[in-house]
Design a binder for this molecule. Structure first.
Ligand code: G1P
Length: 293
């Protein structure tokens, strides 16, 4: 049995939905409470047993590399000031995992971004985690998929049901239920404009086989003129088995302003030091809002 040790995190997108915040700053560095969104993703990968991570970056993404690197000046300063707790926090980020970088030189789509990491992956099965989804769960989302992969020895993608009105924002599957919280995938459609096959949306976590790179290398552009990972998976399912796991956990689509705000409020409400004062602030704000409306 082949263990999944490597993961790809595509992070080359322009982040236009968050302009002007993302004019000079990668969207992956926007903080939810006190951590950049990409750190949540890296932590999920590590907690799922991933040892090596390749982040696919683009222009203006240097701060991502700096974030996961050692910052000698800051560490020396914190050491001098005996801020042990902060020092440990900063040091731990650089020790999280072996992180590698590759550049996607042209913005040709998610499928192309994943393909850019092919040499790093070689012949092993691998995971893909998209930065736009933060998933708050007891068992890390990717670990839930890896458990299915171990049982089925076939590619697995994470899905969750979304409101029908939101379906056209996602890749969607057509699957047959196979046991609890598991589907055998028959078909996948990227951002269906009409007749979505279901409201089971792909939520940005995948466990894949390296053969997908061969499919990606000859895949024509799909919706939006981009090389779509979902289209490559569709080609895979026409010949090989693929599964979808209905994920247990709370999903935040932080690529969307509303999802980002929900994540900020709800994760702040769960934070040990912020929980009490922040909840009391929210109660007070709600009461004051009630008075004025
Ligand atoms: C990508 C995938 C899509 C998936 C979504 C989840 O789309 O192509 O299948 O449902 O991520 O966030 P994007 O949001 O990059 O357009």
């Amino acid at each position: 049995m082949r263990r999944v040790k490597k993961a790809i995190i595509p992070a080359a997108g322009l982040g236009t939905r968050f302009l002007p915040a993302t004019k000079a700053m990668p969207k992956e560095m926007l903080p939810v409470v006190d951590k950049p969104t990409i750190q949540y993703i890296v932590e999920e990968a590590v907690a799922s047993g991933i040892e090596d991570i390749i982040i696919v970056t683009g222009r203006s993404k240097r701060s991502i590399e700096d974030h996961f690197d050692i910052n000698y000046e800051l560490e020396a300063n914190l050491r001098d000031q005996r801020k042990e707790h902060l020092l440990k926090m900063v040091e731990d980020i650089a020790k999280l995992a072996d992180i590698h970088y590759v550049r996607q030189k042209q913005a040709l789509g998610l499928g192309h971004a994943v393909w850019c990491a092919r040499k790093f992956i070689g012949r092993e099965p691998f995971a893909v985690l998209l930065g736009d989804m933060i998933i708050d769960s007891d068992v890390p989302c990717l670990k839930q998929l890896l458990d299915i992969y171990e049982r089925k020895q076939a590619p697995v993608i994470a899905v969750d049901s979304v409101e029908w009105s939101q379906v056209s924002k996602y890749g969607v599957i057509d699957g047959e239920p196979e046991g609890e919280r598991l589907f055998k995938v028959n078909r996948l459609v990227e951002k269906p404009a009409t007749d979505p096959p279901s409201n089971m949306a792909i939520i940005g976590r995948y466990v894949l086989e390296p053969y997908i790179f061969q499919i990606l290398s000859r895949l024509p552009a799909g919706i939006g003129g981009e090389i779509q990972l979902t289209d490559a998976l569709q080609q895979w399912t026409s010949r090989h088995p693929m599964y979808a796991g209905l994920i247990q956990g709370k999903l935040y689509d932080v690529g969307d302003k509303m999802g980002f705000l929900k994540a900020t409020v709800e994760l702040a409400c769960k934070d040990e030091t912020l929980r009490e004062p922040f909840r009391s602030f929210l109660r007070q704000a709600a009461a004051e809002g009630g008075e004025t409306t």
